[in-house]
Design a protein around this ligand. Structure first.
Ligand SMILES: Nc1nc2c(ncn2[C@@H]2O[C@H](COP(=O)(O)OP(=O)(O)O)[C@@H](O)[C@H]2O)c(=O)[nH]1
Ligand SMILES: [Mg+2]
Length: 263
């Protein structure tokens, strides 16, 4: 039977609109080249994006665009939904295009509005039946949202909702960490690792379910949600820590072509 399954190491970037997925795709591409001499196949799956910060090798916009639905009279939301839903019809040619180049690594950038992709059956289909077992999802926590206790909780639940639907390992990424102070970064990491502290912080802000959240996050600790990895695509702290985790999860090989010249 014709199989759509791709079996290449794959990084699938997921996160809320504007959380930095597209720029992180570029930063990870550069890291792969610099550290491993691997030229990743860059895949844009966002039919609504005007301009990507990287040059896509495979681009969903060659098959479907939000604009064509806008031109047919859809409103902005309807056009986005219809375009993302339509992607599934082109999954055959898209996967063929990807497989053709036998990539060492695939980096997939997803639509700005994550829920269109992650909470609808068709995005789930892609992850369950098209991407191979060697896939990792860096899930981006928007720093503007995640630095308050209730914001952290809502971001963590978003990541969980992705985990529930998509049977793939996720890495919890605190994106755009360059716009946060060291204290803010430490604070969010503590929220994510110390359920008692999270409860106290929620209580101090009058959050009604603080005690429930303590219990929930105590259960989550270590098993479900990982420790947040502060990351920046433009400045310190950069993407080294995230890249190291990705290498570990995907089991990327030791450097092959950067052997030191023989004496
Ligand atoms: N300061 C800072 N800005 C960033 C970073 N990553 C992305 N941005 C900016 O945030 C905005 C949204 O980024 P984008 O990658 O398009 O987000 P996406 O919608 O998740 O793909 C753009 O203006 C980016 O320049 C980062 O690491 N640091
Ligand atoms: Mg984007």
């Amino acid at each position: 039977m014709f199989s759509l399954r791709l079996d290449y190491p794959t990084i699938l970037l997921v996160g809320p609109a504007g959380s930095g997925k597209s720029l992180l795709a570029k930063a990870l591409m550069e890291k792969a080249i610099e550290q491993r001499d691997i030229y990743p196949l860059m895949v844009n799956m966002d039919p609504g994006v005007e301009k990507t910060p990287y040059d896509p090798d495979v681009d969903v916009r060659d098959y479907v665009t939000v604009k064509e639905f806008l031109d047919r009279g859809y409103g902005p939301n309807g056009a986005l939904i219809a375009a993302v839903d339509k992607i599934i019809e082109y999954i055959g040619p898209l996967t063929a295009e990807i497989a053709e180049s036998e990539p060492e690594l695939i980096i997939i950038d997803t639509p700005g509005q994550m829920e269109l992709f992650t909470h609808r059956p068709r995005g789930e289909f892609l992850v369950k039946y098209v991407l191979g077992p060697r896939t990792v999802i860096p899930f981006l926590y928007d720093p503007a949202v995640s630095i308050t206790p209730e914001g952290y909780v809502s971001s963590a639940f978003l990541e969980l909702s992705v985990r529930v639907r998509m049977p793939v390992y996720t890495l919890s990424v605190l994106s755009k960490a360059d716009i946060l102070s060291e204290e803010q970064i430490e604070y969010v990491i503590r929220l994510s690792t110390d359920p008692e502290f999270l409860k106290l912080e929620l209580e101090s802000r009058g959050f009604a379910y603080a005690h429930v959240m303590r219990r929930v996050f105590h259960e989550f600790e270590n098993d479900v949600l990982g420790v947040l990895i502060p990351t920046s695509s433009v400045d310190e702290p950069g993407v080294d820590d995230l890249w190291a985790e990705i290498e570990e999860v995907l089991g990327l090989a030791e450097p092959k072509r950067h052997a030191s010249p023989s004496a």
